[in-house]
Write a protein that binds this ligand. Structure first.
Ligand code: ATP
Ligand code: MG
Length: 587
């Protein structure tokens, strides 16, 4: 059994949820719904009311956003100011004739206007869909078209470079608003538009089932899908941020995910605002020194980040971290891809705090499985299902996905058996559709379960251990192996910063394991190192150890920070690279 890290320095237990079993017993979604206010007069539930107006009424001067611009200048925005700005944006939409369920897209970095547009759109009962600002014209067009965009908010520079030439192909895109005060033909200046309307806005009645958000998946396994979420999802955003991120109103909170992804929206925008905390909005790019500087200067207490970032920081070891005062930090969480146990252990040494790994998907809308405050962490495990979440592992068929026979699935009851993670529908943030793809949506459910497409095993104590995506699992000489397990073993070697592992077709054993490895500073590729790493694999993994190993300092990542194994595999096999819209950097 894996080593257990006990919580230290953490406030005893969050919100009286003293331990895992009590937390699960005491929690229900109706109870969580009661933690929110609802629109006055019983007129429904609107995300923006819970996130902005509720706090603007009670604590208008509390700081909602602390925005660090690229010049490191800080702008403060209070909940009261956010209410006014979002009211104005809702009035702008109304004036343009944009209404209920009309789609408003953003193509912006992490800037204050993003919060204004998102929340103003929701107040107007229109649908908000954020895009990643680094997308090129092609993925932008695809998503604007798939999402029936009527409005786009972006900057003059992004508009000229990426959108202007597409306008003719997007007849539904009626209005483009630009942030930045520059007159561009065919567009509206956002600042003047905001000043031309009143600052009062009454949120119309909002059915909790009304469509609120469209999020595109990361595209790790193929072409991204547009997942639809409704206002009711805010119940899950609020509750899971309380349970899995331990958010309290006095916290200074920093979520490093880009708002173009579901994490950046659910936990970078909505969840922290619903808790009335101060959120750090950082416009800059990842840089180890600057990130430590932000944690120090802003006195960040709760930090939600991703394995890639943690691996990069750990590359620099404890020495760099020790130059900064990180004493305000009390809670660190990670999501997006497997968090290697080695990284949890190194991070514990560097921060003096455990890293809480948690698992969820664009489709689930909120954290589902988590190492959370009311329980002990097991490095390498993604934790246990949150209160309110019923999870199971389903027996697999030949393709790795759940075996469905006559519409029935078989639930695995025994410990330490690999199966597909399934969730019992009924939690508020479950996606309600894939845009324009009913068949695919229907295929995600069987026998009363939502099927995640991810494989895991569960230990005797109910902790889930990620194995891989059904699509990524390698079958070698009769063994099935998840790439993550191989990658984690390689990362135990001091030279290895990151690894990506694939299966390569082989006439004898089905597939052989091939590893791609990037090295930490001070190490260089050599035959000797290659032999050493392959030997380490063989010692630890036996038959499923990598047979081949290549050094690659530029492992391809998705823009949301995941190692893109399908691309490593396509390149290795000389096959078409498929949809590349979400690949980070030069690739
Ligand atoms: P696509 O569905 O387009 O292929 P994607 O699945 O990467 O892309 P997201 O919804 O952003 O899109 O990511 C969810 C996936 O990320 C999960 O299904 C899982 O494979 C992976 N993931 C998320 N958190 C964790 C975690 N803590 N440990 C392991 N894997 C994780
Ligand atoms: Mg997915």
């Amino acid at each position: 059994m894996a080593e257990v890290i006990h919580e230290k320095g953490c406030s005893a237990a969050p919100h009286n949820l003293t331990d895992y079993d009590t937390a699960r017993r005491q929690f229900s979604w109706p109870i969580a719904r009661g933690w929110l206010a609802g629109l006055p007069g019983g007129r429904g539930l609107n995300i923006a009311h819970e996130a902005v107006d509720r706090h603007a009424a009670g604590t208008p001067d509390a700081v909602a956003l602390r925005c660090r611009g690229r010049d490191d200048r800080t702008t403060l925005i209070s909940y009261g100011q956010l209410r006014t700005a979002t009211n104005r944006f809702a009035n702008v939409l109304r004036q343009l004739g944009v209404g209920r369920t009309d789609r408003v897209f953003s193509l912006l970095g992490r800037v204050p206007e993003l919060y204004i547009v998102a929340m103003g759109t929701l107040k107007n009962t229109s649908v908000f869909a954020p895009l990643f600002a680094a997308f090129g014209p092609e993925p932008i067009r695809e998503r604007l078209r798939l999402g029936d965009a009527r409005v786009l908010v972006t900057t003059p520079e992004l508009y000229r470079r990426k959108v202007a030439a597409l306008r003719a192909e997007l007849p539904h895109l009626e209005h483009v608003l630009l942030v930045g005060g520059e007159a561009v033909p065919g567009t509206i200046d956002m600042a003047s538009a905001l000043m031309s309307v009143g600052e009062q806005f009454v949120i119309p009645p909002t059915d909790p089932e009304l469509m609120a958000l469209v999020h595109f998946t990361s595209g790790t396994t193929g072409m991204p899908k547009g997942a639809v979420h409704v206002h009711e999802a805010v119940v899950a955003h609020y509750a899971t941020a309380k349970l899995a991120l331990d958010l309290h109103p006095s916290d200074v909170y920093w979520c490093t995910a880009d708002p173009g992804w579901v994490t950046g929206m659910s936990y970078g925008v909505i969840a922290p605002l619903t808790h009335g905390v101060t959120t750090i909005v950082d416009e800059g790019e990842f840089d180890p020194r600057r990130w430590y500087q932000i944690l120090q200067d802003e006195r960040v207490t709760v930090w939600y980040t991703a394995p890639t970032a943690l691996r990069m920081l750990m590359r620099h070891g404890a020495e760099l971290a020790s130059r900064y005062d990180l004493s305000a930090l009390r809670y660190v969480a990670s999501v997006g891809e497997p968090l290697n146990p080695e990284v949890v252990v190194r991070a514990q040494q560097v921060f003096g705090l455990p890293v809480h790994d948690n698992w969820w998907q664009t489709e689930t809308g909120a954290i589902m499985i988590s190492n959370f405050a009311a329980m002990d962490i097991r490095p390498g495990s993604m934790g246990r299902p949150l209160p309110g979440v019923e999870a199971a592992l389903l027996r697999r068929g030949g393709d790795g996905r759940a075996a469905v026979v006559d519409d029935r699935v078989q639930v695995i009851t025994e410990a330490d058996t690999v199966g597909e993670i399934a969730l019992r529908p009924g939690w508020p943030s479950l996606f309600r559709a894939y845009l324009h793809d009913e068949r695919r949506y229907a295929k995600a459910f069987a026998d009363g379960w939502y099927l995640s497409g991810d494989l895991a095993r569960r230990d005797a104590d109910g902790y889930y251990w990620f194995v891989g995506r059904a699509d990524d699992v390698i079958k070698s000489a009769g063994h099935l192996i998840g790439p993550f397990e191989v990658e984690s073993v390689l990362m135990e070697h001091p030279a290895v910063a990151e690894a990506g592992v694939i299966g390569k077709p082989d006439p004898v054993v089905g597939e052989v394991v091939k590893a791609f490895v990037s090295l930490r500073p001070g190490y260089n590729p050599s035959e000797q190192l290659r032999t050493e790493l392959i030997a380490l694999g063989r010692r630890r993994l036996g038959a499923v150890a990598p047979k081949e190993l290549a050094f690659d300092q530029h492992l391809p990542h998705t823009r949301s920070g995941k190692v893109m194994r399908r691309l490593l595999k396509a390149r290795e096999l000389g096959m078409p690279e498929g949809d590349l819209s979400t690949v980070e950097g030069p690739g």
